[in-house]
Design a protein around this ligand. Structure first.
Ligand SMILES: C[S@@+](CC[C@H](N)C(=O)[O-])C[C@H]1O[C@@H](n2cnc3c(N)ncnc32)[C@H](O)[C@@H]1O
Length: 397
Protein backbone atom coordinates (compact mmCIF):
# COMPACT_ATOMS: atom_id res chain seq x y z
CA UNK A 1 0.00 0.00 0.00
CA UNK A 2 1.04 3.56 -0.50
CA UNK A 3 2.36 3.81 3.02
CA UNK A 4 4.41 6.98 3.08
CA UNK A 5 3.35 9.81 5.41
CA UNK A 6 1.96 11.56 2.33
CA UNK A 7 -0.78 8.98 1.97
CA UNK A 8 -1.94 7.92 5.41
CA UNK A 9 -3.59 9.48 8.39
CA UNK A 10 -3.23 7.82 11.76
CA UNK A 11 -6.32 6.57 13.55
CA UNK A 12 -6.10 6.28 17.33
CA UNK A 13 -8.97 4.32 18.86
CA UNK A 14 -9.96 3.22 22.32
CA UNK A 15 -12.94 0.97 21.58
CA UNK A 16 -12.36 -2.14 19.48
CA UNK A 17 -14.93 -3.38 16.96
CA UNK A 18 -16.78 -6.58 17.78
CA UNK A 19 -16.33 -8.31 14.40
CA UNK A 20 -17.50 -11.84 13.57
CA UNK A 21 -13.88 -12.85 13.09
CA UNK A 22 -12.78 -11.42 16.46
CA UNK A 23 -15.46 -13.59 18.11
CA UNK A 24 -14.33 -16.68 16.19
CA UNK A 25 -10.68 -16.06 17.12
CA UNK A 26 -11.59 -15.63 20.79
CA UNK A 27 -13.65 -18.86 20.73
CA UNK A 28 -10.73 -20.71 19.21
CA UNK A 29 -8.29 -19.39 21.83
CA UNK A 30 -10.72 -20.39 24.60
CA UNK A 31 -10.92 -23.94 23.28
CA UNK A 32 -7.40 -24.49 21.91
CA UNK A 33 -5.19 -21.99 23.76
CA UNK A 34 -3.05 -19.15 22.45
CA UNK A 35 -2.15 -18.92 18.75
CA UNK A 36 1.07 -17.57 17.22
CA UNK A 37 0.92 -14.03 15.83
CA UNK A 38 1.51 -15.68 12.44
CA UNK A 39 -1.64 -17.77 12.79
CA UNK A 40 -3.56 -14.71 13.93
CA UNK A 41 -2.35 -12.74 10.90
CA UNK A 42 -3.16 -15.63 8.53
CA UNK A 43 -6.69 -15.93 9.92
CA UNK A 44 -7.25 -12.15 9.85
CA UNK A 45 -6.19 -11.90 6.21
CA UNK A 46 -7.20 -15.26 4.72
CA UNK A 47 -9.92 -16.91 6.83
CA UNK A 48 -11.97 -18.68 4.11
CA UNK A 49 -15.09 -16.62 4.92
CA UNK A 50 -14.27 -13.59 7.06
CA UNK A 51 -10.63 -12.85 6.14
CA UNK A 52 -9.78 -9.30 5.11
CA UNK A 53 -8.59 -10.35 1.63
CA UNK A 54 -11.13 -13.16 1.26
CA UNK A 55 -13.90 -10.58 1.28
CA UNK A 56 -12.45 -8.95 -1.84
CA UNK A 57 -11.61 -5.44 -0.62
CA UNK A 58 -11.86 -2.55 -3.11
CA UNK A 59 -8.12 -1.86 -3.15
CA UNK A 60 -7.42 1.43 -4.91
CA UNK A 61 -10.92 2.91 -4.73
CA UNK A 62 -11.84 5.82 -2.42
CA UNK A 63 -14.00 3.56 -0.24
CA UNK A 64 -11.29 0.86 -0.18
CA UNK A 65 -8.81 0.05 2.58
CA UNK A 66 -5.69 1.39 0.84
CA UNK A 67 -4.16 2.26 -2.52
CA UNK A 68 -1.22 0.65 -4.28
CA UNK A 69 0.94 1.51 -7.32
CA UNK A 70 -1.79 -0.15 -9.38
CA UNK A 71 -3.92 2.96 -8.92
CA UNK A 72 -1.77 4.63 -11.58
CA UNK A 73 -2.18 3.45 -15.23
CA UNK A 74 1.41 4.59 -15.90
CA UNK A 75 2.56 1.73 -13.66
CA UNK A 76 0.83 -0.85 -15.88
CA UNK A 77 2.29 0.89 -18.95
CA UNK A 78 5.82 0.44 -17.56
CA UNK A 79 5.18 -3.21 -16.68
CA UNK A 80 3.91 -3.80 -20.21
CA UNK A 81 7.26 -2.48 -21.47
CA UNK A 82 8.98 -5.01 -19.19
CA UNK A 83 6.88 -7.80 -20.73
CA UNK A 84 7.85 -6.68 -24.24
CA UNK A 85 11.53 -6.94 -23.26
CA UNK A 86 10.94 -10.44 -21.89
CA UNK A 87 9.11 -11.40 -25.11
CA UNK A 88 12.25 -10.42 -27.04
CA UNK A 89 14.21 -12.95 -24.99
CA UNK A 90 11.75 -15.79 -24.36
CA UNK A 91 9.51 -15.46 -27.42
CA UNK A 92 6.27 -13.68 -28.27
CA UNK A 93 3.33 -14.20 -25.94
CA UNK A 94 5.40 -15.49 -23.03
CA UNK A 95 3.04 -16.35 -20.18
CA UNK A 96 2.54 -13.60 -17.59
CA UNK A 97 1.89 -14.82 -14.07
CA UNK A 98 0.73 -12.26 -11.56
CA UNK A 99 1.00 -13.23 -7.90
CA UNK A 100 -1.65 -11.59 -5.72
CA UNK A 101 -3.63 -9.75 -8.37
CA UNK A 102 -5.79 -7.58 -6.11
CA UNK A 103 -8.81 -6.28 -7.98
CA UNK A 104 -7.40 -7.33 -11.37
CA UNK A 105 -6.85 -3.74 -12.43
CA UNK A 106 -3.13 -4.19 -13.10
CA UNK A 107 -3.61 -7.34 -15.19
CA UNK A 108 -6.40 -5.80 -17.23
CA UNK A 109 -4.33 -2.69 -17.98
CA UNK A 110 -1.17 -4.63 -18.84
CA UNK A 111 -3.11 -6.83 -21.29
CA UNK A 112 -4.64 -3.70 -22.87
CA UNK A 113 -1.24 -2.03 -23.22
CA UNK A 114 0.02 -5.23 -24.91
CA UNK A 115 -2.75 -5.15 -27.48
CA UNK A 116 -5.47 -7.25 -25.84
CA UNK A 117 -4.46 -10.87 -26.46
CA UNK A 118 -2.26 -12.34 -23.79
CA UNK A 119 -1.64 -15.50 -21.81
CA UNK A 120 -2.14 -13.87 -18.39
CA UNK A 121 -2.78 -15.91 -15.24
CA UNK A 122 -3.39 -14.53 -11.75
CA UNK A 123 -2.60 -16.65 -8.72
CA UNK A 124 -4.53 -15.44 -5.72
CA UNK A 125 -5.39 -17.02 -2.40
CA UNK A 126 -8.43 -14.80 -1.95
CA UNK A 127 -11.71 -16.14 -3.36
CA UNK A 128 -13.26 -12.66 -3.18
CA UNK A 129 -10.43 -11.08 -5.15
CA UNK A 130 -10.44 -13.91 -7.70
CA UNK A 131 -14.07 -13.01 -8.44
CA UNK A 132 -12.99 -9.42 -9.12
CA UNK A 133 -10.09 -10.61 -11.27
CA UNK A 134 -12.45 -12.82 -13.31
CA UNK A 135 -14.77 -9.82 -13.74
CA UNK A 136 -11.74 -7.93 -15.09
CA UNK A 137 -11.43 -10.67 -17.74
CA UNK A 138 -8.46 -12.49 -16.22
CA UNK A 139 -7.87 -16.20 -15.80
CA UNK A 140 -7.26 -17.09 -12.14
CA UNK A 141 -6.08 -19.98 -10.00
CA UNK A 142 -5.89 -20.30 -6.24
CA UNK A 143 -2.50 -21.95 -5.94
CA UNK A 144 0.75 -21.85 -7.87
CA UNK A 145 0.76 -25.64 -8.16
CA UNK A 146 -2.23 -25.39 -10.50
CA UNK A 147 0.00 -23.67 -13.07
CA UNK A 148 1.93 -25.91 -15.52
CA UNK A 149 5.64 -25.39 -15.99
CA UNK A 150 6.75 -23.19 -18.92
CA UNK A 151 8.38 -19.92 -20.07
CA UNK A 152 7.02 -17.27 -17.70
CA UNK A 153 7.47 -13.74 -16.43
CA UNK A 154 6.19 -13.41 -12.86
CA UNK A 155 5.08 -10.10 -11.33
CA UNK A 156 4.19 -9.54 -7.71
CA UNK A 157 3.23 -6.05 -6.60
CA UNK A 158 2.88 -6.02 -2.83
CA UNK A 159 2.36 -9.74 -2.45
CA UNK A 160 5.36 -10.52 -0.28
CA UNK A 161 4.35 -7.93 2.32
CA UNK A 162 0.98 -9.70 2.65
CA UNK A 163 2.44 -13.09 3.63
CA UNK A 164 1.85 -13.96 7.31
CA UNK A 165 4.92 -13.50 9.53
CA UNK A 166 6.06 -14.81 12.88
CA UNK A 167 6.81 -12.02 15.35
CA UNK A 168 9.76 -12.52 17.69
CA UNK A 169 11.70 -10.65 20.38
CA UNK A 170 15.41 -10.98 21.18
CA UNK A 171 16.30 -12.14 24.71
CA UNK A 172 20.08 -12.00 24.43
CA UNK A 173 22.81 -14.29 23.08
CA UNK A 174 21.00 -14.61 19.76
CA UNK A 175 17.95 -16.29 21.29
CA UNK A 176 14.33 -15.23 20.77
CA UNK A 177 10.86 -15.62 22.22
CA UNK A 178 7.80 -15.58 19.99
CA UNK A 179 4.67 -13.44 20.24
CA UNK A 180 1.42 -15.37 20.68
CA UNK A 181 -2.13 -14.00 20.80
CA UNK A 182 -4.13 -14.83 23.92
CA UNK A 183 -7.05 -13.49 25.97
CA UNK A 184 -6.58 -11.20 28.97
CA UNK A 185 -8.76 -11.29 32.11
CA UNK A 186 -11.38 -9.14 30.35
CA UNK A 187 -11.53 -11.62 27.47
CA UNK A 188 -9.76 -9.18 25.12
CA UNK A 189 -7.07 -10.17 22.62
CA UNK A 190 -3.52 -9.35 23.69
CA UNK A 191 0.03 -10.49 22.99
CA UNK A 192 2.20 -12.72 25.17
CA UNK A 193 5.74 -14.01 24.75
CA UNK A 194 6.45 -17.75 24.76
CA UNK A 195 9.22 -20.06 23.50
CA UNK A 196 9.18 -20.28 19.67
CA UNK A 197 6.48 -22.46 18.14
CA UNK A 198 9.01 -24.04 15.78
CA UNK A 199 12.81 -24.43 15.71
CA UNK A 200 12.62 -23.20 12.10
CA UNK A 201 12.42 -19.63 13.43
CA UNK A 202 15.76 -19.70 15.20
CA UNK A 203 17.26 -21.65 12.28
CA UNK A 204 16.10 -18.96 9.82
CA UNK A 205 17.58 -16.17 11.94
CA UNK A 206 20.87 -18.08 12.21
CA UNK A 207 20.92 -18.71 8.44
CA UNK A 208 20.56 -14.96 7.82
CA UNK A 209 23.14 -14.14 10.56
CA UNK A 210 20.56 -12.10 12.47
CA UNK A 211 21.01 -11.66 16.17
CA UNK A 212 18.24 -9.58 17.74
CA UNK A 213 19.26 -7.49 20.74
CA UNK A 214 17.44 -7.79 24.06
CA UNK A 215 13.95 -6.40 23.64
CA UNK A 216 14.36 -5.96 19.88
CA UNK A 217 11.31 -7.05 17.89
CA UNK A 218 11.43 -8.50 14.38
CA UNK A 219 9.39 -10.56 11.95
CA UNK A 220 10.29 -13.80 10.20
CA UNK A 221 8.43 -15.04 7.13
CA UNK A 222 8.72 -18.83 6.85
CA UNK A 223 6.10 -18.83 4.06
CA UNK A 224 8.68 -17.65 1.53
CA UNK A 225 10.19 -21.13 1.22
CA UNK A 226 7.09 -22.82 -0.17
CA UNK A 227 6.30 -19.87 -2.48
CA UNK A 228 9.78 -20.06 -4.05
CA UNK A 229 9.82 -23.84 -4.21
CA UNK A 230 6.64 -23.68 -6.26
CA UNK A 231 8.01 -20.86 -8.44
CA UNK A 232 11.17 -22.89 -8.99
CA UNK A 233 9.15 -25.77 -10.39
CA UNK A 234 6.96 -23.78 -12.81
CA UNK A 235 9.09 -20.87 -14.12
CA UNK A 236 11.10 -22.63 -16.81
CA UNK A 237 12.72 -20.50 -18.09
CA UNK A 238 11.79 -17.01 -16.95
CA UNK A 239 11.94 -14.01 -14.68
CA UNK A 240 10.60 -13.09 -11.25
CA UNK A 241 9.89 -9.42 -10.56
CA UNK A 242 8.76 -8.28 -7.11
CA UNK A 243 7.83 -4.71 -6.26
CA UNK A 244 7.48 -4.06 -2.56
CA UNK A 245 8.52 -2.14 0.52
CA UNK A 246 11.27 -3.67 2.57
CA UNK A 247 15.01 -3.77 3.02
CA UNK A 248 18.01 -6.03 3.28
CA UNK A 249 18.27 -8.06 6.48
CA UNK A 250 21.07 -5.96 7.94
CA UNK A 251 18.92 -2.84 7.68
CA UNK A 252 15.63 -4.45 8.59
CA UNK A 253 16.87 -6.00 11.82
CA UNK A 254 18.78 -2.89 12.85
CA UNK A 255 18.40 -0.59 15.84
CA UNK A 256 16.41 1.86 13.73
CA UNK A 257 13.65 -0.73 13.39
CA UNK A 258 13.93 -2.18 16.88
CA UNK A 259 10.14 -2.32 17.27
CA UNK A 260 9.74 -4.38 14.09
CA UNK A 261 7.87 -3.36 10.96
CA UNK A 262 4.40 -4.87 11.36
CA UNK A 263 1.70 -2.34 10.58
CA UNK A 264 -2.05 -2.26 10.23
CA UNK A 265 -4.37 -0.24 8.00
CA UNK A 266 -8.09 0.35 8.29
CA UNK A 267 -10.06 2.31 5.72
CA UNK A 268 -7.17 4.45 4.47
CA UNK A 269 -5.82 5.03 8.01
CA UNK A 270 -2.84 3.52 9.76
CA UNK A 271 -4.05 2.03 13.03
CA UNK A 272 -1.84 1.03 15.97
CA UNK A 273 -4.02 -1.71 17.45
CA UNK A 274 -3.62 -5.05 15.60
CA UNK A 275 -6.78 -6.23 17.37
CA UNK A 276 -9.02 -3.29 16.48
CA UNK A 277 -11.20 -4.99 13.85
CA UNK A 278 -10.00 -8.49 12.84
CA UNK A 279 -11.16 -9.26 9.31
CA UNK A 280 -11.69 -5.59 8.49
CA UNK A 281 -8.14 -4.31 8.89
CA UNK A 282 -5.04 -5.12 6.87
CA UNK A 283 -1.84 -6.40 8.48
CA UNK A 284 1.49 -6.12 6.70
CA UNK A 285 5.24 -6.26 7.33
CA UNK A 286 8.29 -4.98 5.45
CA UNK A 287 9.84 -7.57 3.16
CA UNK A 288 13.26 -8.98 4.02
CA UNK A 289 14.87 -8.86 0.57
CA UNK A 290 17.86 -10.88 1.78
CA UNK A 291 15.61 -13.72 2.92
CA UNK A 292 13.75 -13.56 -0.41
CA UNK A 293 17.07 -13.80 -2.29
CA UNK A 294 18.17 -16.79 -0.20
CA UNK A 295 14.98 -18.66 -1.02
CA UNK A 296 15.11 -17.75 -4.74
CA UNK A 297 18.74 -18.80 -5.03
CA UNK A 298 18.08 -22.00 -3.10
CA UNK A 299 15.72 -23.16 -5.86
CA UNK A 300 18.10 -22.19 -8.65
CA UNK A 301 17.31 -18.60 -9.63
CA UNK A 302 20.13 -16.21 -10.46
CA UNK A 303 20.17 -12.46 -10.00
CA UNK A 304 18.69 -10.81 -6.97
CA UNK A 305 19.18 -7.35 -8.36
CA UNK A 306 17.57 -4.73 -6.17
CA UNK A 307 16.84 -1.25 -7.41
CA UNK A 308 14.48 1.51 -6.45
CA UNK A 309 11.06 1.62 -8.06
CA UNK A 310 11.91 5.07 -9.41
CA UNK A 311 15.04 3.84 -11.20
CA UNK A 312 13.35 0.72 -12.54
CA UNK A 313 10.27 2.48 -13.92
CA UNK A 314 12.49 5.14 -15.44
CA UNK A 315 14.69 2.49 -17.09
CA UNK A 316 11.58 0.86 -18.52
CA UNK A 317 10.61 4.15 -20.16
CA UNK A 318 7.70 5.22 -17.98
CA UNK A 319 8.30 8.83 -18.99
CA UNK A 320 7.34 8.02 -22.57
CA UNK A 321 3.82 7.27 -21.31
CA UNK A 322 3.06 10.98 -21.40
CA UNK A 323 2.35 11.23 -25.13
CA UNK A 324 -1.05 12.83 -25.28
CA UNK A 325 -0.61 16.61 -24.90
CA UNK A 326 -4.04 17.12 -23.33
CA UNK A 327 -3.47 14.58 -20.59
CA UNK A 328 0.15 15.59 -20.14
CA UNK A 329 -0.23 17.38 -16.81
CA UNK A 330 -2.18 14.56 -15.18
CA UNK A 331 0.16 11.92 -16.52
CA UNK A 332 3.25 13.85 -15.53
CA UNK A 333 1.91 14.06 -12.00
CA UNK A 334 1.24 10.30 -11.97
CA UNK A 335 4.72 9.47 -13.29
CA UNK A 336 6.30 11.81 -10.74
CA UNK A 337 4.44 10.19 -7.84
CA UNK A 338 5.63 6.74 -8.98
CA UNK A 339 9.26 7.67 -9.66
CA UNK A 340 10.39 10.62 -7.47
CA UNK A 341 12.55 9.67 -4.52
CA UNK A 342 10.51 12.00 -2.34
CA UNK A 343 7.32 10.10 -3.19
CA UNK A 344 7.00 6.42 -4.11
CA UNK A 345 10.19 6.16 -6.17
CA UNK A 346 12.24 5.23 -3.10
CA UNK A 347 9.42 3.93 -0.90
CA UNK A 348 9.32 0.76 -2.99
CA UNK A 349 12.13 -1.41 -4.34
CA UNK A 350 12.17 -3.89 -7.20
CA UNK A 351 13.84 -7.27 -6.81
CA UNK A 352 14.49 -9.28 -9.97
CA UNK A 353 15.63 -12.86 -10.59
CA UNK A 354 16.14 -14.96 -13.69
CA UNK A 355 16.51 -18.68 -14.33
CA UNK A 356 20.05 -19.79 -15.01
CA UNK A 357 21.50 -18.87 -18.40
CA UNK A 358 19.13 -15.95 -19.13
CA UNK A 359 20.33 -12.33 -19.42
CA UNK A 360 19.44 -10.03 -16.51
CA UNK A 361 15.81 -8.99 -16.29
CA UNK A 362 14.00 -6.06 -17.91
CA UNK A 363 14.77 -2.55 -16.71
CA UNK A 364 18.12 -3.47 -15.23
CA UNK A 365 20.33 -3.22 -18.30
CA UNK A 366 20.58 0.56 -18.36
CA UNK A 367 20.38 1.08 -14.61
CA UNK A 368 23.03 3.52 -13.48
CA UNK A 369 23.78 1.51 -10.38
CA UNK A 370 21.85 -1.75 -10.01
CA UNK A 371 22.68 -3.15 -6.59
CA UNK A 372 23.33 -6.81 -6.04
CA UNK A 373 21.58 -7.66 -2.86
CA UNK A 374 24.57 -9.34 -1.25
CA UNK A 375 26.65 -6.20 -1.80
CA UNK A 376 24.18 -3.61 -0.62
CA UNK A 377 25.67 -1.52 2.16
CA UNK A 378 23.73 -0.81 5.32
CA UNK A 379 22.03 2.57 4.95
CA UNK A 380 22.79 5.35 7.37
CA UNK A 381 19.99 6.19 9.81
CA UNK A 382 19.79 9.66 8.30
CA UNK A 383 19.69 10.20 4.55
CA UNK A 384 19.65 13.36 2.51
CA UNK A 385 17.55 13.55 -0.59
CA UNK A 386 16.94 16.24 -3.15
CA UNK A 387 13.41 17.57 -3.33
CA UNK A 388 12.02 18.92 -6.60
CA UNK A 389 12.39 22.47 -5.29
CA UNK A 390 16.11 21.85 -4.73
CA UNK A 391 15.62 22.07 -0.98
CA UNK A 392 17.29 19.34 0.96
CA UNK A 393 15.15 17.19 3.18
CA UNK A 394 16.42 15.02 5.98
CA UNK A 395 14.41 11.88 6.53
CA UNK A 396 14.86 9.76 9.60
CA UNK A 397 13.74 6.19 9.89
C1 LIG B 1 -1.47 -6.06 -0.73
S1 LIG B 1 -2.49 -6.96 -1.85
C2 LIG B 1 -1.83 -6.38 -3.37
C3 LIG B 1 -2.79 -6.54 -4.51
C4 LIG B 1 -2.31 -6.01 -5.86
N1 LIG B 1 -1.11 -6.69 -6.30
C5 LIG B 1 -2.08 -4.52 -5.79
O1 LIG B 1 -0.92 -4.10 -5.75
O2 LIG B 1 -3.04 -3.75 -5.74
C6 LIG B 1 -1.89 -8.62 -1.68
C7 LIG B 1 -2.47 -9.62 -2.65
O3 LIG B 1 -1.80 -10.88 -2.51
C8 LIG B 1 -2.74 -11.93 -2.39
N2 LIG B 1 -2.06 -13.04 -1.69
C9 LIG B 1 -1.55 -13.04 -0.46
N3 LIG B 1 -0.94 -14.19 -0.18
C10 LIG B 1 -1.02 -14.96 -1.28
C11 LIG B 1 -0.53 -16.26 -1.64
N4 LIG B 1 0.15 -17.00 -0.79
N5 LIG B 1 -0.78 -16.71 -2.89
C12 LIG B 1 -1.47 -15.93 -3.77
N6 LIG B 1 -1.94 -14.70 -3.48
C13 LIG B 1 -1.73 -14.22 -2.27
C14 LIG B 1 -3.90 -11.26 -1.68
O4 LIG B 1 -5.10 -11.99 -1.77
C15 LIG B 1 -3.95 -9.93 -2.43
O5 LIG B 1 -4.57 -10.05 -3.68
Amino acid sequence: MLCTPFFFKVLIVVQRKDTVLSRLIKDRIRSEGSMTFREFMAVCLYDPTHGFYTQGPSIGSPEGPFDTNVKFPAFAFALAQAVKQVDDILGANTRILELGGGTGQLGKSIVNFLGGQRNYVVVDLSSGLRVRQNEAGLQTVEDLMQVPSGPTVVFGNEILDALPVHKVMGIGQGNVLEFFVDLDEDGELFEILQPPSTPALQAKLNELHISLGRGQVGEVCLELRSVFQKLGSIVDPGYLIFIDYGDTASNLYSFQRRNGTLRSYYRQHQIYDFFYAPGEQDLTADVDFTAVSHEAQAVGFDGGTLLSQGSWLTNLGIHSYAKDEKALAVIEHEVNVLTKATQLGSAFDVLIFQTKGLPVGPGIGDATEPVKISHRLPSSPTVSIDTPGNRRLHLKW
